[in-house]
Design a protein around this ligand. Structure first.
Ligand code: DC
Length: 224
């Protein structure tokens, strides 16, 4: 039996994880957050004071780091060498480090088998940057979830304001654009729409609208 593989790619802040989580719940699939895996590796490197420019040290550290996803009560936990680091990987420091370490080919290779293995054994919705292009090119459904940098910046700004942080909207939009540029222009597995991906622009859609659209695309394929 071949399991259903749904790939969701797109830039930071397009709503991939919120949408993928909701769709996975509705469909009864496993949600696989590959960004969390890169964050886990980045956290390990930061904790061990390894710089992304020191490729030899990075390669050595990759032999010692073990990243796994665990599912508990429908919640996804990220485990690094036996420790639950689900909260620690969400800091701005780890976000910045993840962007740098994920550009290193050896780091991407280290996560490839783990990502393939989960998709081979489960119905999955996997989100990331290169899922439809590199990781699961045979996925039955591929979505490229996009939104304008201004809208993504505004969403991020609202989240931070809600947390009580004092931030400037223009700065956040500039950060978003810079991250896009980094993710789209790196040499290894840049963020790119797969030729057979369906573009969903969430700029002026509600979460429910996006969710309904993706779920119906998956259902169509399930019944095909
Ligand atoms: O989606 P996120 O913000 O949690 O991802 C963290 C970083 O990892 C981000 O800089 C992009 C990178 N990433 C990647 O290169 N490939 C993936 N499949 C997922 C994330």
């Amino acid at each position: 039996m071949r399991f259903m593989n749904v790939a969701i790619d797109g830039p930071a802040g397009a709503g991939k994880s919120t949408i993928a989580k909701a769709c996975a719940k509705e469909l009864g699939y496993i949600y696989v957050d590959t960004g969390a895996m890169y964050r886990g590796i980045a956290l390990y490197m930061v904790d061990h004071k390894i710089r992304p420019t020191d490729i030899e040290a990075v390669k050595q550290a990759l032999l010692d780091v073990n990243v796994t996803l665990r599912y508990e009560d429908g919640k996804q936990l990220l485990i690094v060498n036996g420790q639950d680091v689900s909260d620690r990987i969400r800091t701005p420091e780890v976000s910045a480090a993840a962007s740098l370490f994920s550009a290193i080919p050896e780091v991407r290779k280290a996560l490839l088998d783990l990502q393939h293995d989960i998709a081979e054994k489960n119905n999955v919705l996997m989100d990331g940057r290169d899922i439809g292009t590199v990781i699961l090119p045979q996925a039955q459904v591929k979505i490229y979830l996009d939104a304008s940098p201004e809208i993504r910046g505004k969403r991020r700004y609202d989240e931070l304001v809600l947390k009580g942080e004092s931030v400037v909207l223009e700065d956040i939009i500039e950060d978003v654009k810079q991250r896009d540029y980094q993710d789209m222009h790196r040499e290894t597995s840049p963020l790119k729409k797969a030729d057979d991906a369906i573009v969903v622009d969430s700029s002026y859609m509600t979460i429910e609208e996006v969710q309904n659209k993706i779920v119906s695309l998956v259902r169509e394929k399930e019944n095909a």
